[in-house]
Design a protein around this ligand. Structure first.
Ligand SMILES: [Zn+2]
Length: 492
C-alpha cells in the first residue's frame, strides 16, 4: 500500500518514531506519566449518588491513581476542570467505522434496507482502495474520540481484499481510539469495479461459509496489528450473518475456527428469519442448544429475540449491542428496556455511520425515548432514571463488550479513558443531577477534553496531533474516488 506524503507525515507525527519508520502501527499510546485534572464535577458512574463536586483526579501511567479534593502532584501536567463535568469515556458496541468516510449519503433514512445493503455493503464497500480505507478508519476513530466515545467495537465488514482489510486494522489502531477491531468473516465477493454481477448471485455467495482467503488474512492481521500485551485495540471476528442461511453445524464450525484464533471477541448481526426450520440456524436458541454462547460473544440488533433467548445470553455472560437510531426506520424498536428487565448487559451502537449522526449523546438520548415505542417500554420508563440511561453508554456498555475491569467508571485502578464536558453553553441544563443534565442536554460540541489510556486526545474542543487540513484533503480525494469507482460496479 502506498501512502501519500501527507498521509505519511500525518501518521509519523502521531506514532512513536520506530513504529512509523518500520511502516507498522502500534496501539500502544504514549501518555504523559502524570496528569492532574483539578476541580471538576466528577460523575464516576459507580452509583447514582456518586457525584463528587469540585474534585481532582490524578492519572499516573494511563491509570486513575487517586480521586479526592485538593490533590497535589508535583511535576504533573494539570488540566483545569472548573465548571466542567468529568465522566467516563463512552462505549459504542457496534459501528461500521469504514462507512464514516461517506457519512451524509443517508441511504438508510431515505430508502428501504434492501437498498441500503445493496448500495453500501455490496457496491460502495467494493469501491474502496487501501488508501481510502486507511483514511476512513483514521477519520472514523477520531470521530469517535471527538464525540466522547473512547472505546468502539468496529465491525469492519467491507472485507474484500487482503491489503484493504489490513489498512482498515491499521487505520483504526492509528486513530487513537480503543476497543475491538472485528474482522468480518465472509465468502467472496466475486466481482469488482468494472464488473456486472447479479444481486441474487452476490447474496447467494455471501450466504456460503467463509472462504479460506478470509481465514488466512484474519490470522495475518491479528499477528500484524494485535499481538503483544498492553494494547488499546483488540482483535475480534465478525461472524457471518448466518441466521436463515447456514446450518447449525456450519455456524458451529465458524465459531470453532474463530475461537481457535484466540480472538478477544466474536460479534454477529443477529435477527431472526421467519419460517426458518432446522437444521438451518434460527437464532440465539439454536446457538444456546449447540453450546456456542460464551462471554466472548456479542450480538448486535437482536430485536426479534425472546426474553428466554436474552436469558440464554445473560447466563452465558454474552453481551448485546442494541442500535437505537439504526432501528428507527424499521417495524421493531431497539431492545434496551427489555434487556435491562431481563438482566442482560446491553450497549448502544451508532451502527450505520454512513447515515447517522456521530454525536453520540443523540444516540444515548434516543435509547431513552425509544422506550416509548412499545407499551412494555413505556411502563418500564417509569423506573428508568437518567443515570440508568447513561449507564448503558458507560458502565453497562463496558460490561456488554467484556471490558468492565478496564473501563466504564471513574475508579482508582481503572484505565484513564475520560471525558471532560463544558457546561457553559447557553442551553446546557442547569438543573438536576449531573447525569440528568448530561442526558437532557449534552452534545458533541460540549466535549472539551478526551483522554484515552491517560493520553490527551482532545483538548479545548480540538483533536490533538492532527493535521486536520491534510486529513480532510485525503478524505475528500477518497470520497471522489470511491463514488467514481462505485458507478462502475453494475449490480443488477
Ligand atoms: Zn451493523
Amino acid at each position: 500500500m502506498s501512502l501519500t506524503r501527507q498521509q505519511f507525515l500525518r501518521l509519523s507525527a502521531s506514532l512513536p518514531v520506530a513504529a512509523a519508520a518500520a511502516g507498522c502501527a502500534t496501539s500502544r499510546t504514549p501518555s504523559a506519566s502524570r496528569i492532574l485534572i483539578q476541580n471538576a464535577d466528577v460523575l464516576s458512574m459507580t452509583a447514582p449518588e456518586d457525584e463528587f463536586i469540585k474534585t481532582d483526579v490524578l492519572i499516573e501511567n494511563g491509570r486513575i491513581a487517586s480521586i479526592g479534593k485538593g490533590l497535589s502532584a508535583s511535576g504533573a501536567q494539570t488540566i483545569n476542570g472548573s465548571g466542567m463535568i468529568l465522566m467516563p469515556g463512552m462505549v459504542d458496541g457496534h459501528r461500521h467505522v469504514w462507512q464514516t468516510l461517506l457519512n451524509g449519503l443517508l441511504p438508510k433514512m431515505s430508502q428501504k434496507y434492501a437498498e441500503y445493503d445493496r448500495r453500501v455493503n455490496m457496491v460502495y464497500a467494493l469501491a474502496y482502495e487501501p488508501e481510502d480505507m486507511l483514511v476512513a478508519q483514521q477519520l472514523g476513530g477520531m470521530t469517535c474520540i471527538d464525540s466522547g466515545v473512547t472505546s468502539v467495537v468496529d465491525q469492519m465488514h467491507a472485507a474484500n481484499g487482503d491489503a484493504m482489510e489490513q489498512a482498515a486494522a491499521r487505520g483504526l489502531v492509528e486513530s487513537g481510539v480503543a476497543g475491538v477491531f472485528c474482522y468480518q468473516m465472509r465468502n467472496g465477493p466475486y466481482y469488482t469495479v468494472g464488473d456486472t454481477y447479479t444481486r441474487e448471485q452476490a447474496l447467494a455467495d455471501r450466504n456460503q461459509p467463509p472462504d479460506e482467503r478470509h481465514w488466512a488474512n484474519a490470522e495475518r492481521i491479528r499477528d500484524m496489528y494485535f499481538s503483544g500485551k498492553d494494547r488499546l485495540v483488540h482483535f475480534g471476528i465478525g461472524l457471518t450473518g448466518s441466521v436463515g442461511s447456514q446450518t447449525v453445524d456450519q455456524a458451529a464450525e465458524e465459531f470453532r475456527r474463530a475461537r481457535a484464533l484466540e480472538v478477544r471477541m466474536l460479534t454477529q448481526h443477529m435477527n431472526q428469519r421467519p419460517g426458518t426450520k432446522p437444521p438451518i440456524l434460527r437464532g440465539v436458541a439454536d446457538l444456546h442448544e449447540a453450546g456456542l454462547l460464551g462471554p466472548d460473544y456479542l450480538i448486535s440488533h437482536g430485536v426479534d429475540m425472546t426474553d428466554q433467548e436474552m436469558g440464554y445470553l445473560r447466563d452465558a455472560g454474552s453481551g448485546l449491542c442494541s442500535t437505537v437510531m439504526g432501528e428507527f426506520p424499521y417495524e421493531k424498536p431497539s431492545v434496551h428496556g427489555r434487556a435491562i428487565e431481563v438482566g442482560l448487559d446491553v450497549s448502544i451502537g451508532v451502527d450505520v455511520s454512513i447515515a447517522l449522526t456521530h454525536d453520540y449523546f443523540e444516540h444515548v438520548r434516543a435509547a431513552y425515548w425509544n422506550l416509548f415505542r412499545t407499551e412494555r417500554g413505556a411502563a418500564l420508563s417509569k423506573t428508568i432514571e437518567p443515570f440508568d440511561v447513561l449507564d448503558i453508554a458507560t458502565r453497562m456498555g463496558a460490561r456488554a463488550i467484556g471490558f468492565e475491569d478496564e473501563i466504564g467508571t471513574i475508579e482508582v485502578g481503572k484505565r484513564a479513558d475520560l471525558v471532560l464536558l463544558r457546561t457553559d453553553r447557553i442551553g446546557f441544563s442547569r438543573l438536576g443531577s449531573l447525569a440528568e443534565r448530561i442526558v437532557t442536554s449534552a452534545n458533541q460540541s460540549d466535549v472539551d477534553t478526551v483522554l484515552v489510556n491517560g493520553a490527551v486526545k482532545k483538548r479545548n474542543g480540538r483533536i490533538l496531533g492532527l493535521d486536520k487540513a491534510s486529513l480532510e484533503a485525503d478524505a475528500s480525494q477518497s470520497r471522489r474516488n470511491v463514488i467514481r469507482r462505485a458507478a462502475e460496479i453494475n449490480l443488477l
